[in-house]
Design a protein around this ligand. Structure first.
Ligand SMILES: Cc1cc2nc3c(=O)[nH]c(=O)nc-3n(C[C@H](O)[C@H](O)[C@H](O)COP(=O)(O)OP(=O)(O)OC[C@H]3O[C@@H](n4cnc5c(N)ncnc54)[C@H](O)[C@@H]3O)c2cc1C
Length: 347
């Protein structure tokens, strides 16, 4: 096992901010993971697990312990019947490689989540989602190393308590589990309309008959839409959507619609409505603005690009300014989507 010392977190995260981690180790098996964790515990050394670093904001002071870089691989079909296929994927697999694998097999379930950066093991953490699909739709269970009991456990769909961009892994069980594999169930039916709004518009513009749509067509469409809408973190450092879409009470959204009739809204349930954070930020005329070295992306206002930030303080100042501006105009408080790479104090 290769343990490196004094590695800049800016090189391990797509926002490219952050001081040094004392140690970084790539882990490729469950045994290695357990050994490394127990060893760190004996040395009283804090541990933080990362995948692709695409949903993480590191701090200038770095991390005073060990970063475990999860690289546990393998994709296995564990059950296959005429209507469904079950797949177990190692937490260190690249998420989009898994999507491609399932689409090549003409399996449906995660094709609209093509192109999301990062690893399979991080997918349950924020219940990743895009273009009308989310991980919770196909998730069956995951295996994880339970750091409090030093055992490997299976967590069911119910255990994970998924909701919009949320689960126990970033809630009540933050830092407790290190996911080692994810089990998902895919079905063999063709994607059926109605499709997510942006996809539907894309298919119409390309004159694709919705009744002939395959999972491969959805994957290609999503990759094309994303390429035009989202900055490539290798060129423009960013962490994807910097803010979660706002979920507000329905009466409040209806009230805002009286003033902003063009405001996009999506029903969540009978009492709640989702409003895109990007629309709120753009309507505050912040699109394209550079605030404390962070640029509100020209193509998609929910994305903050590290244009010339000198460190975490710049990012925090830009975040506060955007949150304040949106709150003053709409009385809605935006929430940051990426997690912060800090010491975790377990409950
Ligand atoms: C350009 C761009 C576009 C994006 N688009 C989307 C999108 O459409 N939809 C969406 O939902 N997200 C999107 N994201 C966010 C991000 O890609 C996802 O959240 C992804 O799942 C993060 O994976 P990662 O491996 O990079 O996780 P990391 O950033 O490394 O980690 C994120 C969190 O998960 C934890 N974690 C990582 N691996 C494990 C593990 N094995 N066990 C336990 N905890 C773990 C970490 O401790 C951390 O708290 C986008 C990001 C970028 C940069």
């Amino acid at each position: 096992m290769n343990v490196q010392t004094n590695i800049p977190l800016s090189t391990l995260t797509t926002m490219k901010i952050g001081g040094n981690a004392n140690y970084v180790a790539d882990v490729t098996s469950k045994d290695e993971l357990q050994q490394l964790y127990q060893n760190s515990k004996k040395l009283n050394q804090p541990v933080y697990v990362i995948g692709g670093g695409s949903n993480l904001i590191a701090h200038d002071e770095g991390f005073p312990g060990l970063i475990i870089h999860n690289k546990i691989g393998s994709i296995t079909i564990t059950d296959d019947n005429p209507t469904a296929t079950t797949i177990v994927a190692g937490a260190g697999e690249i998420w989009d490689d898994l999507v491609k694998y399932t689409v090549d097999l003409e399996l449906s379930g995660i094709e609209a989540m093509s192109g999301i950066p990062g690893t399979v093991g991080a997918a349950p953490v924020q219940n990743i989602g895009a273009y009308g699909q989310e991980l919770a739709d196909t998730f069956v269970s995951c295996e994880a190393y339970d750091t409090t009991t030093d055992t490997f456990v299976t967590l069911t769909w119910e255990d994970c308590k998924f909701s919009y961009r949320h689960s126990i892994f970033r809630g009540e069980a933050t830092g407790r589990y290190i996911i080692t594999s994810v089990t998902m169930s895919f079905n063999k039916t063709k994607p059926e309309p109605p499709f997510y709004d942006a996809l539907d518009k894309y298919l119409t513009a390309k004159h694709i008959d919705p009744t002939t749509v395959t999972v491969q067509i959805i994957r290609d469409a999503v990759l094309d839409i994303r390429m035009n809408k989202l900055p490539d973190p290798r060129v423009l450092p960013n962490a994807g959507s910097f803010f979660k879409n706002a979920i507000v009470e329905k009466w409040k959204a209806d009230d805002l619609l009286n003033t902003y009739s063009d405001m996009p809204t999506y029903p969540v349930d009978d009492q709640h409505t989702k409003i895109p954070a990007g629309w709120l930020i753009e309507t505050c005329n912040l699109k394209g603005e550079v605030i404390h070295g962070m640029k509100v992306h020209d193509g998609n206002a929910v994305v903050l690009v590290n244009d010339a930030a000198t460190g975490y303080a710049d990012l925090a100042a830009a975040r506060e300014q955007i949150i304040d501006t949106v709150r003053d105009k709409f009385q809605i408080v935006l929430e940051q989507e990426p997690l912060e790479l800090t010491l975790i104090v377990q409950a």
